[in-house]
Design a protein. Structure first.
Length: 121
C-alpha cells in the first residue's frame, strides 16, 4: 500500500519494561512528502497520544472527537499530535492506515513542526 503525508497510520512501538521488550501498536502521523524521489523507503512521522491535557504546548495539535478532522483521521478517540516526537520508520513497519488529515489541518501541524524544529517562517 502507498502511504503519504497526512496519513494517520498504525506502527508497532518497542517498549522496554522490567519483564523485557514489548511492542504496542500506536497511531502516528506521516509528515514526510513521498512525491519526491527518496533514497530509502523510510517515512518521517510524529507520534499521537490519546492522553489529553488541558494546557496544550505550542508544538501540539488536538484532534477532537466530533469534528470533521477527527472523523477523517480514523482515530478512536480525541488525540494530540505531538510534533516534538519525531521518528523515522521503515515503510514495511506500518501495520495499516487509519485515515487522512486534510491539507488545512496539515498546514496547522506544519506551524507546530516548524516551532518544534526551530525553523523560521
Amino acid at each position: 500500500m502507498n502511504y503519504d503525508r497526512g496519513d494517520v497510520v498504525i506502527v508497532p512501538f518497542p517498549f522496554i519494561t522490567s519483564e523485557g521488550a514489548l511492542q504496542k501498536a500506536r497511531s502516528t502521523l506521516i509528515i514526510s512528502d513521498h512525491s519526491i524521489d527518496r533514497r530509502f523507503e523510510d517515512m518521517i512521522m510524529v507520534g499521537t497520544t490519546s492522553r489529553i491535557v488541558e494546557d496544550l504546548r505550542e508544538t501540539e495539535y488536538r484532534i477532537a472527537d466530533g469534528t470533521g478532522t477527527f472523523k477523517s483521521s480514523g482515530l478512536a478517540k480525541t488525540s494530540v499530535v505531538r510534533c516534538e516526537y519525531i521518528m523515522t520508520v521503515p515503510r514495511r513497519l506500518v501495520a495499516r492506515r487509519l485515515g487522512l488529515l486534510a491539507d488545512e489541518t496539515m498546514k496547522e501541524i506544519d506551524i507546530r513542526l516548524k516551532l518544534s524544529l526551530g525553523l523560521k517562517g
